[in-house]
Design a protein around this ligand. Sequence first.
Ligand code: DQQ
Length: 474
Amino acid sequence: MSQFSTPNMTPILRADAVHDPHRPTYHYLPARNWMNDPNGLIYWQGVYHLFYQYNPNGAFHGTIHWGHAASRDLVHWEDLPSALAPSPHGADAEGCYSGCAIINKGVPTFVYTGIEPEVQCLATSTDDLITWDKLAVNPVIAAPPPELDVTGFRDPFVWQQDGMWYLVLGSGLKDIGGAILLYSSSDLITWEYRGPLLVGQQEATGTMWECPNFFSLGDRHMLIISVIPDGNVRYFIGEYREGQLIPEVTDVLDFGTSFYAPQTFLDAQGRRIMFGWLREERSRAAQIAAGWSGVQSLPIIIEERAGVLSLQPAPEIELLRAQHTPVDVSTLHGGLTVLSGIQSQTLEILATIDPTETGAITLLIRRSPDGNEETRISYDASLQQISVDRQRSAVNVDSEDLLVAPCQVPTQGLLSLRIFLDHSVIEVFAGVHAYLSARIYPTKADSLGLAILTTTGIRLHALDIWEMQVLWAE
Ligand code: DQQ
């Protein structure tokens, strides 16, 4: 029985997704087909809404709609009908690209990009975000500022401040670098260009910045962008003054290769929550054959803690914990320990580590009994880094791949290394803000094992393992 839809709505079934060993079962993805960026994230009347870039015609990018799912707890999702579809002859005839959701005088409103050319459009809902009407005035921003030679003009992110609406757009200035353009409006219909919020240098940070998010963080402001051509996500933290961001800190947000085009929103508790698209890292043909492509990250809380950026999984994820295996860390004396009682592709692993300057712990996940197939996830105290080694994640792939993220030894307290495995998805959180995502596609049906490797010097305080619940009984 649907919690969110209207009584005459046909339920969306997930029956055809059974038996796919790579398909995640506790991260959100639609029943089938292609999904990319999270869009229009909003908490509205007790419900979290996740819209997303969606192709109902297959597991490839094209005919982009906005798919829709809703949740009361951020982790159990219900599929709802697509919220936006391209309108023939409309400003979005070639696709409803990324954008955001806001509440304007009580009315839920989408601000999104229609393509070819890239223009900005509005849609509103009067039935709890289920159906959406596009405004006849679309597009509300019909072209880039004439004085700019841009490499892109899309993905509006909107907020309200002192009675005015502000909008930032992803863009780039030809031969200069990625750029974020700032607009303002009193009514969401007529927009005035205020100038660039920030412009990058293409040698350092790419030619085009997609999917901006801009919000206050402590006494500073944070800008998150997705970078073309690098395909990664970067942030800037600094002072927002007279329509410009003066960056003081910039870095990569996720040190993996899968996470892209994240979007953030505030919930009723004032938490800044982020979802990102975890791209597939297998061939287009394999995606089409599987019938699905793309998955959302876990919900991640962005905070400032004692002046430091913090990225942590939302505590609601603990609702998904099932069978618990506490490991007696006093039995780990260096070398390899195989946890023969655990055979799983859906795990949360939480290692709590005393801060030391030496030693390493490695979790060997999706491990075949002969050890030929495995993925190694490590925290190395002397190198002050975490890593995901995918060289033997799939026996049929010859990969040199090693993903690394810096992770400082804390000056006080314990360090936590938290690993989420969901079939082909890996998300690793370590320390205050090290985040790394990756996809793996093991080939062996028995690559389900888990082992621990420790070296001298590492001091484990605790090691807990949970098998995770399956969200959908397919
Ligand atoms: N995806 C959307 C664009 C955005 C890109 C198209 C980022 O709006 O720039 O599906 O993945």
